[in-house]
Write a protein that binds this ligand. Structure first.
Ligand SMILES: Nc1ncnc2c1ncn2[C@@H]1O[C@H](COP(=O)(O)OP(=O)(O)OP(=O)(O)O)[C@@H](O)[C@H]1O
Ligand SMILES: [Mg+2]
Length: 311
């Protein structure tokens, strides 16, 4: 049987609206429906472990038969990344003696390297062909969008680094002639950079392909959340990423015995009306505010039933 392409699910929205709960519930639902599913947290303040009530971490962990999870650790990713980028030439003692090693250190310490490292890790998972579904739990809106704008930044940055590297390798060869005792042949690590560039190109295509990538905006029925979501939809559009689904979370259920709830619900229903008008061409999913906290598999399953009926 021909294997179907991996589908990707993103959930974006303001802090605390329910992104992590919805992402984990979605992943669980897909896994229950026999899709091999990976959920990845790219939020430096990870909460997948809390949501599933299982300790996860920087390595992929199997949670159920079809469900896998990983929390990208930005610090660890940055460290690994610097190691890869730091060319072997830095290890050559003769260069150190001449005080030239600092010249080669600039790449590993370039500004934004931590973010780029996390993005590189993200790209590795994005391009992995091992899963039917990959769900991303991202940081609140601003961060998630910054993450997606990184390919452009990274692209020009890598181009620059490659040029510097080429020049350096020329210099090194001259040094090698002058200093025949230089031990090893230096690796300049350009292959790795070229590889990242290729991955970025692929990521761009994947992220803007609506058959593969499903970008969901999570909001609560409040004015500020609506305005924020409108901005997010427009920004994503400018990156070529179409949003199809709006999820309205934490809708207060009817309760005639509670004046406070009734009033709050009345206001929320007004907001929901305006969301329906503003986002006329979007699929809208409504989720009630549950009495209990959304933690652990059984609560996530309950939430998941609102999210995908037939994945
Ligand atoms: N529909 C709901 N009913 C009840 N509680 C909910 C609902 N949705 C989310 N919560 C609760 O709200 C809190 C915040 O949810 P969650 O962590 O999923 O939000 P988030 O958008 O990921 O937050 P952050 O921006 O900090 O990452 C959690 O304690 C969660 O259990
Ligand atoms: Mg979260």
């Amino acid at each position: 049987m021909l294997k179907k392409d991996t589908r990707y699910y993103f959930f974006s929205g303001k802090g605390g609206v329910g992104k992590t709960s919805i992402a984990t519930a979605t992943a669980l639902q897909f896994a229950k429906n026999k899709n091999k599913t990976l959920i990845i947290s790219t939020d430096p303040a990870h909460s997948l472990s809390d949501s599933f009530e299982v300790k996860i971490g920087g390595e992929i962990k199997k949670l159920t038969k079809n469900l896998f999870a990983v929390e990208i650790d930005p610090e660890k990713a940055a460290e690994e990344y610097k190691k890869k980028l730091t060319p072997e030439i830095e290890k050559i003692e003769s260069l150190k003696d001449m005080g030239l090693d600092s010249v080669f250190d600039t790449v590993g310490n370039a500004p934004g390297i931590d973010e780029i490292a996390a993005f590189d890790k993200f790209l590795q998972y994005l391009n992995s062909k091992d899963y039917d579904v990959i769900v991303f739990d991202t940081a609140p809106t601003g961060h998630a969008l910054r993450f997606l704008s990184l390919p452009d930044v990274l692209d020009s940055w890598i181009g620059r680094v490659i040029k510097i590297r080429m020049k350096l390798s020329g210099v090194i060869n001259i040094f090698k002639k002058l200093l025949p005792f230089t031990e090893e042949s230096p690796s300049i690590g350009t292959e790795h950079l070229e590889e990242i560039k290729k991955r970025i190109e692929e990521a761009r295509k994947t992220l803007s392909n609506p058959d593969k990538t499903h970008y969901n905006i999570v909001m609560i029925p409040e004015e500020m959340s609506i305005a924020e979501s409108e901005r997010a939809v427009n920004t994503l559009k400018s990156y070529g990423i179409p949003v199809k689904t709006i999820i309205i979370n934490q809708i207060i259920p009817e309760n005639p015995r509670c004046d406070f709830c009734t009033e709050k619900r009345r206001l929320q229903l007004k907001r929901i009306e305006s969301i329906r008008k503003k986002f006329r061409n979007f699929k809208i999913i409504e989720i009630p505010l549950f009495k209990e906290e959304i933690k652990g598999f059984s609560a996530l399953e309950k939430l998941g039933r609102y999210l995908i009926s037939k994945p």
